[in-house]
Design a binder for this molecule. Structure first.
Ligand code: GLU
Length: 468
């Protein structure tokens, strides 16, 4: 048997982090077992589905490098197939048309609630109950699946273990709407059969759908034919223990891209959300594809932790190639209004990447080299008087002649420390402020070296007249 998994998002907005995590696990499971991973777009809800959202799904999958072996399969391309199966179920008496109006069903619901019963469809249009009644004119009927009345539905969930649900709990589900569109629980079964899916892994918000789907599988396939295995992945919770949502911050995959995260960091982070491999925190796609198993999917919900993602991203930034970082940072700098004259961006990125946790932070830091020069009155007053002013003057006096490499610049700073009989920070901080307009930067010799002699000269020339 070849393992075949799928991710089946509905194109109604962004790709949610939780869906991406499910996709990752499906991808990893297929890769681990030498199988196939398929993308299906569940777009039968015509009112809520948009082409823009389809594009967002494809772009999110591409960004995370979740390569699929088949698809995207679109449900709206398969309407004739659903129709065919519905007609067959109708002909075999496994489904029937129901003409109950919304108002009628609402009244039924209210009566049941008033009696303290769980609201459920009462089977009023089942053929044996509707005998002799004429369907009301002008009503487009829905099609309902005739759920078995007795017995249990059982499966051994790959994550949650054995689950048993009594058929008495399940009513006759609508499988096609009045306009003929199939509903989720029906289309998903036809698709998973036709696509020969062997492992249905999805969020555990679907666990209540599974017994209904299993009954539909049985009705379509008959007894004895093996069904896919089901595994329901625990939710991702926000820091307050509620299901992760926009309230907790960013949940859109592409927003993480825009916020300056690297795809491999998000990938790694998602892999660890509800699954573990010993104490390993940092690992890549190849390792996940080798290690992933369902036995180590936690049964308890996973907790989202932005600090951990920031940490991981910082780690991946440190090891990312400078040229790649420069390419990713350049458009961000442009948005910050940078003037890309000055030192080469690859060199700037190489100097700053150790300290930034995201590309956006890296861009903010890089503005040191590409933003306008200016020393605020506050910094001037705090750092550039007394010994501070003397240090800047001493440095400015020798800036034309010192050799422009880090070692020589460093030696010069030490010389000034000696002459003024002060400590290094009392020399380095004022010079840093005078040249960069900031009190904190990476090491001063490296910063000066990158700026280049001419830029440092002109920056000092602008500040000297303001010194006391
Ligand atoms: N379209 C469903 C969702 O996005 C798919 C669920 C499934 O995997 O069966 O939740």
């Amino acid at each position: 048997m070849t393992v075949r998994t799928r991710i089946a998002p509905s194109p109604t907005g962004m790709l949610h982090l939780g869906t991406a995590r499910t996709a990752l696990f499906c991808w990893a499971y297929a890769r681990r077992h030498g199988g196939q991973f398929i993308l299906r777009i569940e777009d039968t809800d015509l009112e809520r589905s948009t082409e823009a959202a389809v594009a967002v799904i494809l772009e999110s999958m591409r960004w995370l490098d979740l390569e699929y072996d088949e698809g995207p399969v679109r449900q709206t391309d398969r309407l004739a197939r659903y129709r065919e199966v519905i007609d067959r179920l109708l002909a075999e008496g496994k489904a029937y048309r129901c003409y109950a109006s919304k108002d009628e069903l609402e009244a039924l619901r209210e009566q049941q609630m008033a009696r303290g019963e769980k609201p459920r469809y009462d089977g009023r249009w089942r053929p044996e109950n509707a005998a002799g009644r004429t369907p009301p004119a002008g009503v487009a009927p829905v099609v309902r699946f005739r759920n078995p009345d007795h017995g249990d539905v059982a499966w051994n969930d790959l994550v949650k273990g054995p689950i048993v649900v009594g058929n008495a709990e399940l009513d006759d589900l609508v499988i096609a709407r009045g306009d003929g569109m199939p509903t989720y629980n029906f289309a998903v079964v036809v698709d998973d059969i036709d696509m020969r899916i062997t492992h249905v892994l999805r969020g555990d918000d679907h666990v209540n759908n599974t017994p209904r789907q299993i009954n539909i599988y049985r009705a379509i396939l008959g007894p004895g034919v093996p069904l896919p295995q089901f595994g329901h992945l625990p939710m991702i919770l926000g820091p307050d223990g509620q299901k992760l949502s926009k309230r907790h911050g960013t949940v859109s995959v592409l927003q993480y891209r825009d916020d300056g995260f690297l795809p491999e960091a998000v990938f790694n982070y998602l892999a660890r959300l509800g699954w573990s491999h010993g104490d390993d925190e940092k690992f890549g796609r190849a390792q996940l594809a080798q290690w992933f198993d369902l036995a180590h999917v936690n049964r308890a919900p996973a907790q989202y932790n932005l600090d951990k993602l920031l940490w991981l991203n910082g780690e991946y930034m440190k090891e990312a190639a400078d040229a790649r970082l420069a390419e990713l940072v350049a458009p961000r700098l442009e948005r910050l209004g940078a003037v890309l004259a000055g030192p080469a961006l690859v060199d700037v990125v190489a100097l700053l990447k150790q300290r930034a946790r995201t590309l956006n932070e890296l861009a903010d830091e890089a503005m040191l080299f590409y933003g306008p020069h200016g020393v605020s009155e506050a910094l001037l007053a705090e750092h550039l008087r007394g010994a501070g002013a003397a240090a800047v003057r001493a440095f400015a006096g020798r800036v034309d002649t010192v050799a422009w490499d880090k070692a020589a610049l460093n030696a010069l700073l030490k010389e000034i420390v000696g002459e003024l009989s002060v400590k290094m920070p009392q020399v380095a901080v004022p010079i840093r402020v005078a040249v960069t307009g900031r009190a904190q930067t990476p090491s001063l010799d490296a910063v000066l070296h990158l700026f280049g002699r001419t830029a440092v000269q002109s920056r000092l020339a602008a500040v000297l007249p303001r010194l006391p």
